[in-house]
Design a protein around this ligand. Structure first.
Ligand SMILES: N[C@@H](CCC[C@H](N)C(=O)O)C(=O)O
Length: 330
């Protein structure tokens, strides 16, 4: 069969969008997982951090539904960089400026935003609900929350915060030496392998304070490994820096990452948080793929249209972000 894909990235966290609204694909659950494993494989002709399936929503309030499959074929409840890509795709498909997207656990508002970087299509997406209840990750410990505390079963030196937004995150504010060490990879592989703390795995982020309202986040993603950026992790990390008095509710935070930069804004109402994640949704190419669903590994690209203009413009932003990180991460 022939499948159309659009490669899109948010902060260099790249995805293949497959539109099940406009195309009558009728995939089974196994098909989606197998397509994710085959198409996301970096040694294949495509390669990506995940697949974003865009489906019709059964809810009257929603314009579309997003399902996120990680590169290993597991399904994630949410994806912050991915939902910006879906926001652009759905807004352009339906010719609207804002929309509501159904995700596994929430209906989320998305909208076209003023470009925060010149000529880079920018979208604002809602990241919520936010929960510190360890059962929501799940994290199996004998206390209800883990907020800037040691988790000695994992590491004796670092302070961690665990939260679900609603996908699970484990976050630690660290220094440059800890960023440069192999610590994050070691911890992340442990909590994403068979273990008794995080039985469903967890996205692990190391965060450094760069300046006033400016932070750096690097994430080892569950189901993928290190990625250029993780949108839900950057949103969750922004909140963690607020809880640690480095930043404030109601103010923009610039979040630098290895794939560029986004901006976050944390809202708080009656003790509940909602985070706005604002950043690029950049189209890389459109392609047509020939694949048999019972043998997904053996696919071929029958047509590919590259969007060079967008890619080149984004690369300039990425270079200036990397320069800033090098200057400030000391
Ligand atoms: N990259 C995403 C998160 C994708 C899902 C994550 N790997 C998980 O399993 O929770 C983002 O931008 O948020």
């Amino acid at each position: 069969m022939e499948i159309k894909v659009t490669k899109c990235h948010g902060s260099g966290n790249d995805f293949l969008i497959i539109d099940e609204i406009s195309n009558p694909y009728r995939f089974s659950e196994i098909n989606r997982a197998e397509l994710a494993k085959a198409f996301c494989d970096r040694s294949s002709l495509l390669g990506a951090d995940g697949i974003l399936f865009v489906l019709p929503s059964e809810s009257e309030n929603c314009h579309a539904k997003m399902r996120v499959f990680n590169a290993d074929g597991s399904e994630a409840s949410m994806c912050g960089n991915g939902i910006r890509c879906v926001a652009r795709y759905v807004c352009e498909l339906l010719d609207v400026k804002e929309a509501v997207i159904e995700t596994m656990k929430a209906h989320l508002e998305v909208k076209r935003e003023e470009d925060i970087f010149p000529e880079i299509p920018t979208y604002l997406v809602e990241i919520s609900p936010v929960s510190f209840d360890v059962a929501d990750l799940p994290l199996h410990i004998e206390q209800p929350t883990l907020k800037n505390e040691k988790l000695e079963a994992l590491n004796e030196e670092l302070y961690f915060t665990a939260l679900a937004v609603p996908n699970p995150h484990l976050i630690s504010i660290v220094n440059k030496q800890q960023i440069d060490s192999p610590l994050q990879e070691k911890l992340s592989k442990y909590v994403n392998g068979p273990n008794e703390l995080f039985t469903d795995g967890v996205n692990v982020s190391f965060v450094s304070i760069l300046d006033e309202a400016s932070i750096y986040v690097r994430t080892f993603e569950r189901g993928v490994g290190f990625t250029n950026a993780c949108g839900t992790a950057m949103s969750a990390s922004s909140l963690v820096t607020i809880l640690n008095d480095f930043n404030q509710v109601g103010e923009y935070i610039d979040v630098y990452n290895n794939g560029g930069k986004v901006r976050t804004f944390v809202h708080e109402k009656n003790g509940k948080y909602r985070i706005d994640l604002i950043g690029n949704a950049t189209y890389v190419y459109d392609a047509k793929i020939e694949v048999e669903l019972d043998n997904t590994e053996d696919f071929s690209i029958i047509e590919k249209k590259v969007n060079e203009a967008e890619t080149v413009k984004y690369e300039k932003l990425q270079q200036s972000a990397q320069k800033y990180i090098q200057e400030k991460l000391v």
